[in-house]
Design a protein around this ligand. Structure first.
Ligand SMILES: Cc1cc2nc3c(=O)[nH]c(=O)nc-3n(C[C@H](O)[C@H](O)[C@H](O)COP(=O)(O)O)c2cc1C
Length: 208
């Protein structure tokens, strides 16, 4: 299937049927998320992967009353860093030096590009980190479709309640989005056969 056909196949699934997604497919989706580009490559976020039914029920009861939370196979929570720290930048620079067999010293200039973020306010940092988490989230949406796994991108939840429930508030993290993974319940999903609503090319693109 072409990428265009895959993107036409996918839709924000409203009802899922509880069928488990094979681990290999989950792993492929997570790997795509891991490989997503981010500004400077810092990846200032974490993705919490929840399969456990009890935990998903707790999320449903306390932070997100959407049925897919309970009907999905896996729930991914994209949580962005609240503050970009000097330690986090050092860790990244060390990882880059090790991965590319170069010295940490040779990366001093590159490291400087994060100085503004480290010195910036938590509010600015979180907005920037959330942008990066959204990119990975978008890649995850496409990767799921590529695996013929249904997914629901979600912003409709209570982030404070979710952060508390998952202990993210104690880990310099704030939840930004949820991606449920599973399989569509065609009989009960009013959107399963609905046509895609998108702007026309002429409206969306300003081709010069
Ligand atoms: C960032 C984001 C947040 C969304 N939040 C929700 C949500 O909380 N619940 C839901 O059922 N759909 C949610 N959606 C799904 C959108 O409504 C859907 O993607 C859009 O209408 C386009 O339809 P399609 O994805 O089926 O093509 C969200 C989508 C995105 C990208």
């Amino acid at each position: 299937m072409s990428l265009t056909d895959t993107l036409k196949w996918r839709y924000a699934t409203k009802r899922m049927n509880g069928t488990k997604v094979p681990q290999e497919k989950v792993d492929n989706i997570l790997e795509a998320i891991r490989l997503a580009p981010t500004s400077g490559g810092l990846q200032p976020f974490k993705v919490i992967v929840i399969e456990d039914a009890k935990q998903r029920e707790e999320i449903f009861n306390n932070a997100c009353q959407q049925p897919q939370i309970k009907e999905a196979s896996h729930v991914l929570v994209f949580a962005a860093n609240k503050k970009v720290t000097a330690e986090q930048v050092d860790e990244y620079i060390e990882l880059m030096a090790k991965t590319r067999s170069i010295s940490v010293e040779s990366l001093e200039g590159f490291k400087g590009m994060f100085a503004g973020s480290v010195a910036g306010s938590a509010e600015q940092n979180f907005v920037w980190a959330a942008h990066q988490a959204y990119l990975a989230f978008g890649v995850g949406i496409v990767a799921a479709a590529n695996e013929k796994v249904d997914a629901t991108p979600m912003e409709g939840f209570n982030p404070e309640a979710l952060d508390k429930l998952l202990g993210l508030d104690k880990q310099n993290l704030g939840s930004t989005t949820i991606l449920t993974l599973g399989y569509r319940d065609e009989a009960n999903d009013f959107l399963a056969k609905a046509a895609k609503v998108r702007k026309s090319k002429e409206t969306l693109f300003d081709i010069r």
